[in-house]
Design a protein around this ligand. Structure first.
Ligand code: FMN
Length: 209
């Protein structure tokens, strides 16, 4: 008897096999695509392997906001998975990683993570990072915030995630939007202790204590 036809291969670009201990980057439908782009560009200049997943909402907002398509991000990463691919390596806690960031993180995805939903690869990978006690950074961009969103933020923070709001550092006197985007990408890298030169810290020209 003939074996059943192979399932359609999940979308996977560039290197095979998947990189060891990647940083998992999820892009969902919040505003802030330029932060994701800056982060991925910066990571591509390091030796940190990156696995990228873009949700359908993320692709929509990237297009509306930046005129970008997922392929514009994919060129900077080692491997890309489809958000519908629940059988991808990063859906399992047995796959080691450096951690995960969801940038931007929509209120929709935040709510799913807070409630333990795992109906997409991004939300499943987020649950894996929480249960394995690995670094999970969520970067929402919303204002003002309802008590529902605030409650979801509290819930994910209590579960171990870092909520890193895409808010400007007025005290650093950043003068351009690109400077703000660099600052936020740098703050994300700080969470994973990945060195960068994306922003200068407060009084960084003074001698260290
Ligand atoms: C142009 C545009 C901008 C959006 N900006 C935000 C935003 O800043 N924050 C947010 O939570 N949702 C925002 N949304 C709504 C989400 O994209 C929407 O809830 C989507 O279903 C999220 O899906 P996902 O979580 O699977 O990516 C925006 C939508 C569009 C079209």
């Amino acid at each position: 008897m003939n074996p059943p036809p192979p399932e359609q291969a999940p979308r996977k670009t560039m290197s095979t096999p998947s990189p060891d201990r990647p940083l998992v980057v999820g892009v969902t439908g919040g505003s802030g695509g330029p932060i994701a782009l800056k982060l991925l560009k910066t990571l591509s200049e390091t030796d940190v392997p990156v696995a990228l997943v873009v949700s359908d909402g993320g692709a929509t907002v990237l297009r509306e906001e930046c005129g970008l398509y997922p392929r514009d991000l994919e060129q900077y990463v080692d491997v890309t998975y489809d958000d519908g691919d629940s059988a991808a390596r990063i859906a399992s806690g047995s796959t080691r990683s450096r951690g995960m960031v969801i940038v931007p993180c929509s209120g929709n995805t935040l709510a799913k993570v807070a409630l333990g939903f795992a109906d997409t690869l991004i939300t499943r990978a987020a649950q894996v990072h929480l249960k394995e006690r690995r670094t999970l950074v969520l970067v929402p961009r919303e204002t003002p915030l309802s008590t529902i969103v605030l409650g979801n933020m509290t819930r994910v923070a209590e579960a171990g995630a870092v909520v890193l709001m895409a808010s400007p550092p007025y005290y650093l006197k950043v003068e351009t939007v690109d400077g703000l985007v660099s600052y936020l990408a740098g703050k994300i890298l700080d969470q994973f202790e990945i060195p960068h030169r994306l922003y200068r810290g407060w009084k960084s020209d003074e001698a260290a204590p």
